[in-house]
Every structure is written in structure tokens, then in C-alpha cells.
Design a protein around this ligand. Structure first.
Ligand code: NAD
Ligand code: ZN
Length: 351
């Protein structure tokens, strides 16, 4: 089959590789119908994720059809159309039993970040993929939900929702600020609306992303690319008090610091961004603030709930898809996604 293979920093190719095979009784083989590219794939390609080594097939989002199952797979059946979670999890270890699938302890469970597709197991940017723990790492797609919409629930929608909005404990009437309006930040913007936030303020350096944020339900947008004036702009939207919830959706020290500048006493700060550099936590200023700070890696335990909302047209997940490509146009898809500032790409559907 053909697959997108990583060959070290800045090197990838769409090439022939052996078909995946069932290796464990809990595996399934899924033929990919639609896959996509994530910012994380671009980080891997830059060499930022040393755990990913030469020869790895990339991609951790996908929708596909089951073509083979191992002897211990009971729920997934040949011919089923499934959404693949970006997290593989056994469903029975102590963390899985608490719904903390991203901390699954099993060999080939997510266990931190290790076994996510495209990291230590082969990924979804391929004609077929081996899915470990197929009963627990996949979700049945309801009738009427398109591949494009379902695909957004492999990673970005549950990430924005679970790690941003739910961890941030958004309540009706809250003023929510989302710093970083990339796909994940926009997923937080979109799902903050589910809780009746009174204002959703998108903050980004890029005016195009801020334009897009309005389409996802942001009531206000603030460009923070010059000086500190934007902080007062945000404070003015909150009667000078600060926001109730700040969601960090970039993953750099500056944006984490930005979240701390715009919150009111009693606020929540939900960190979603993956940080590669040390972040300052100025407790000397924060100790008095009564704030709650959260962190986390998406578990996708809320994906079934989000799928229901998509099926009932309460969430327009397909809005994220700005470009379409055929599977064998994978390299063009990377080019378009990699030049998002010019192409205005948010998510590309590759099918
Ligand atoms: P992205 O790179 O596509 O988007 C980031 C956005 O932030 C862009 O719109 C960019 O213009 C904006 N930005 C950059 N610097 C900024 C600054 N100084 N101030 C304001 N905005 C700024 O990323 P994404 O795919 O949307 O992902 C966002 C973050 O979430 C990443 O760190 C990603 O690794 C992380 N992530 C976390 C989880 C999790 O489980 N915690 C899962 C998936 C992704
Ligand atoms: Zn587990």
C-alpha cells in the first residue's frame, strides 16, 4: 500500500510500504477513507519529537472501514465505518476505567503520548492502518454524519472541548478568552458555545484566524501582535474585571503568560497547548487570585457525546475543513496545510 513516511527532519515521502497485519488479537485493520494533517505532524517533521524515528507512517486522525479484526475484537466488525481516536487505549487498566484513556497503561496504550498514531505506532496517513485495542480506540459513526465532520472528532474537537472548555469549567454567562485561534483553539471557541458563554473572545496574531474565529462562534476578536494594549482591550470587554476562563491553545511561554494577564479572581486557566519550553508561573502574583489551573492530554472520552451533537446538527464540525485532496495528493495536502498563513487552510480532508 501507499503511505506518508517520515524519514527524519524535513524528509517525508508518499511511498510503497507493506500492508499492515493483525499482530495482536485486539487489533483491527482499517482501510482509510479520510484522513487529515495536524500541527503536530508538522512538529514531527521539523524533528521536534525525537520519539518519532525514520520509517514511521505519520497521522493520528482518520475515518475508515474495517477490513479485518483479531480474534479478541468483539464490537468492531468487518465493514463497519469507524472514527479512529488519536489515542489508543485498552479500556480496562485503572486509568482507562476512569476515562483517562490518554494515560492507558497497556503496552500500545497511549501512556502519556507514546502510542498515539504516528508516534510509536504507524499512523493514519496511509491506505490502511493497524488499530490496537480496536474495540476501545474507535467510535461508530452515526448515520448522516459525513467523513469530514467525523474526522474532526479524532483529535481537535475533543481536545478543545475536554482540555479547554470542560477543564476550564465554562458556565452559562461566562466570559471565555481563547488564546490561539488555530484548529484546536477554534474547537474550544465552538464548544464554549455549548455552555452558554456570554462572550467568547478569540485572541491571535493573525487577522485571518480571527476572522475564522467569528465563524466558529467568537463574539469578539483581539489581535495581540503589537504591544500590550490588547490586555486593556480584553479587560474593557469584562467591565475591567478580567475573564472567567482563559484557554491557552498555542503552547508557548508568551501565550501562557498572556492568559494570566487577562483573568479575574476566581477564574480558570485551562492549558491546552503542548509546551516544549519552560513556562513561568508567577505565584508571587497569583497566590491571592483563587484561580484554578488545569492541564491535560485529550482522552477522546467525550467523542461519542460530540458525535451525537454533530448528528443532531448542533455542532458543525465540517466547518473546519477548508481544502480537499485525494489520498495520492498527500504531499500537496502537506504543502497547502504547511502554508496556512497564505492558503488559509484550517483542516484538509484527504480521501
Ligand atoms: P496551530 O499552530 O495550528 O494554531 C496556533 C494558533 O496560535 C495560530 O492561529 C497562531 O497564529 C496562533 N499564535 C501563535 N503565536 C501566538 C501568540 N503569541 N499569541 C496569540 N496567538 C498566537 O495549533 P493547533 O493545531 O490549533 O494546536 C494548538 C495547540 O494545542 C498546540 O500546542 C498543539 O500541540 C496543542 N494540542 C494539545 C492537545 C492536548 O491534548 N493537550 C491535543 C492536540 C493539540
Ligand atoms: Zn488502559
Amino acid at each position: 500500500m501507499k503511505a506518508l513516511v517520515y524519514h527524519g527532519p524535513d524528509q517525508k515521502s508518499w511511498e510503497d510500504v507493506p500492508d499492515p497485519e493483525i499482530l495482536k488479537p485486539t487489533d483491527a485493520i482499517v482501510e482509510i477513507d479520510t484522513t487529515t494533517i495536524c500541527g503536530t505532524d508538522l512538529h514531527i517533521l521539523k524533528g521536534d519529537v525525537p520519539a518519532v524515528t525514520d520509517g514511521r507512517i505519520l497521522g493520528h486522525e482518520g475515518v475508515g472501514t474495517v477490513v479485518d479484526v483479531g480474534s479478541a475484537v468483539s464490537r468492531a466488525k468487518e465493514g463497519d465505518r469507524l472514527l479512529l481516536s488519536c489515542i489508543s487505549s485498552c479500556g480496562s487498566c485503572s486509568f482507562c476505567q476512569q476515562g483517562l484513556y490518554s494515560h492507558c497503561l497497556a503496552d500500545e496504550g497511549a501512556s502519556g503520548i507514546g502510542w498515539i498514531f504516528g508516534h510509536l505506532i504507524n499512523g493514519t496517513q496511509a491506505e490502511k492502518v493497524r488499530v490496537p485495542f480496536a474495540d476501545n480506540s474507535t467510535y461508530r459513526i452515526p448515520e448522516g454524519v459525513s467523513d469530514e465532520a467525523a474526522l474532526m472528532l479524532s483529535d481537535i474537537l475533543p481536545t478543545g472541548f475536554e482540555i479547554g472548555v470542560r477543564n476550564g469549567r465554562v458556565k452559562p454567562g461566562d466570559i471565555v478568552a481563547v488564546v490561539g485561534a488555530g484548529p484546536v483553539g477554534l474547537a474550544a471557541v465552538m464548544t464554549a458555545g455549548l455552555y452558554g458563554a456570554s462572550r467568547i473572545i478569540a485572541i491571535d496574531l493573525d487577522d485571518n484566524r480571527l476572522e475564522q474565529a467569528k465563524v466558529f462562534g467568537a463574539t469578539d476578536s483581539v489581535n495581540n501582535s503589537s504591544g500590550d494594549g490588547w490586555i486593556d482591550e480584553v479587560k474593557d470587554m469584562t467591565d475591567g474585571l478580567g475573564v472567567d476562563v482563559a484557554v491557552e491553545a498555542v503552547g508557548i511561554p508568551q501565550t501562557f503568560a498572556a492568559c494570566l494577564k487577562i483573568i479575574r479572581p476566581g477564574a480558570s486557566v485551562a492549558n491546552v497547548g503542548v509546551h516544549g519550553k519552560a513556562v513561568e508561573l508567577p505565584l508571587q502574583d497569583l497566590w491571592i487570585m483563587d484561580i484554578t489551573m488545569t492541564t491535560g492530554l485529550v482522552s477522546t472520552s467525550t467523542t461519542p457525546m460530540l458525535l451525537k451533537l454533530v448528528a443532531q446538527h448542533k455542532l458543525s464540525a465540517e466547518k473546519f475543513v477548508t481544502h480537499h485532496f485525494a489520498l495520492d495528493e498527500m504531499l500537496d495536502a502537506y504543502d497547502t496545510f504547511g502554508r496556512a498563513a497564505e492558503t488559509k487552510a484550517l483542516k484538509v480532508a484527504i480521501q
